[in-house]
Write a protein that binds this ligand. Structure first.
Ligand code: DX5
Ligand code: ZN
Length: 235
C-alpha cells in the first residue's frame, strides 16, 4: 500500500516581496500545506508574521488546495489562537512549554474550528502527550531548535520519531483515529527518506525548497519537490 506523505513548505524561507506567487508556485509544484511560522521574539529569539498575513494568504492558499499549518512559537498562546482561526488557519500547533494549561489550549484550538497539535523541541519529552492524545490531531517534532530556518537536522530526532510513531500506532489500534506526525527543521532530499522510515508522514521544508527555485521550472519548485517525492517513493 502506498503511504500518504505530505510536504509542508515553510514560507519563512520564501521571498516575502512575492509571497502570494511563492505559495501558488510551491503548491503547484506538488506540495500540500503552507507551513506558517509565527515567532514572537519572546518564546523564540526571532519575530515573524501574524494573523494579518495569514488572512492575506488564506484565499489563494485554499484556492490551490493547500491547508494552512500554523506553527505558534509564541508565549502565551491562548489569546492569539482564535485570531489565527479567524484568519484562515486549518491546523494550529503550539509548544507545551508556552501554555500553562495544555489541555485547555488544545480544546481552544478545536473549539475555534481548527485541527490541533503539540510541538516538541529537541529536548522536550513526549510525556506531554500522556493524557491528551484524544485532543491532538498532529504531533510535530522539531528537528532543530526553533527560531530560524536553515539549521542542520538533529539526528536524535530519528529515535524520537520512532517513539512518537509507536504512540500514534498504539492509539490508532485503540481508537481507529489517525494522528499525523510532522517533522520540522533541516529536512532535505538527502535525509527525507530516513525521516519517513522513522515514522514521519508530514515534512516541513523551508530552505531546502525555497533555496532551490529554478526559473526554468514551470512552477519554480518542480525540480526540488520532484526530488523530495522521489526520495519518499523509496520508503
Ligand atoms: C524553525 C521553523 C521551521 C523552519 C524550517 O523554527 O519552525 O519551520 O522554517 O526551515 P528549514 O527547513 O530551513 O530548517
Ligand atoms: Zn515551523
Amino acid at each position: 500500500m502506498d503511504k500518504i506523505f505530505r510536504i509542508a513548505p515553510s514560507i519563512l524561507s520564501a521571498n516575502f516581496a512575492k509571497l502570494g506567487q511563492e505559495i501558488e508556485n510551491v503548491i503547484k509544484s506538488g506540495t500540500d500545506m503552507v507551513h506558517f511560522d509565527v515567532m514572537d521574539n519572546h518564546y523564540v529569539p526571532n519575530l515573524t508574521i501574524g494573523p494579518l498575513v495569514c488572512d492575506a494568504i488564506r484565499d489563494l492558499s485554499h484556492n490551490v488546495g493547500a491547508l494552512i499549518d500554523v506553527h505558534l512559537m509564541v508565549k502565551p498562546v491562548d489569546r492569539i489562537i482564535p485570531d489565527f482561526a479567524k484568519a484562515g488557519a486549518d491546523i494550529i500547533t503550539f509548544h507545551p512549554e508556552a501554555s500553562d494549561h495544555i489541555d485547555r489550549s488544545l480544546a481552544l484550538v478545536r473549539d475555534s474550528g481548527c485541527k490541533s497539535g503539540l510541538v516538541f523541541n529537541p529536548a522536550t519529552p513526549l510525556h506531554y502527550l500522556d493524557h491528551v492524545m484524544d485532543k491532538v490531531d498532529m504531533i510535530l517534532l522539531m528537528s532543530v531548535n526553533p527560531g530560524f530556518g536553515g539549521q542542520k537536522f538533529i539526528p536524535a530526532t530519528l529515535d524520537k520519531l520512532k517513539q512518537a510513531r509507536a504512540r500514534i500506532d498504539a492509539y490508532y489500534e485503540q481508537t481507529g483515529r489517525q494522528i499525523w506526525l510532522e517533522v520540522d527543521g533541516g529536512v532535505n532530499a538527502n535525509n527525507i527518506a530516513d525521516i519517513a522510515k522513522a515514522g514521519a508522514d508530514t515534512f516541513v521544508a523551508g530552505s531546502a525548497v525555497f533555496g532551490a527555485g529554478k526559473d526554468t521550472d514551470p512552477n519554480r519548485y518542480d525540480t526540488i519537490v520532484g526530488q523530495l517525492r522521489a526520495a519518499l517513493a523509496t520508503v
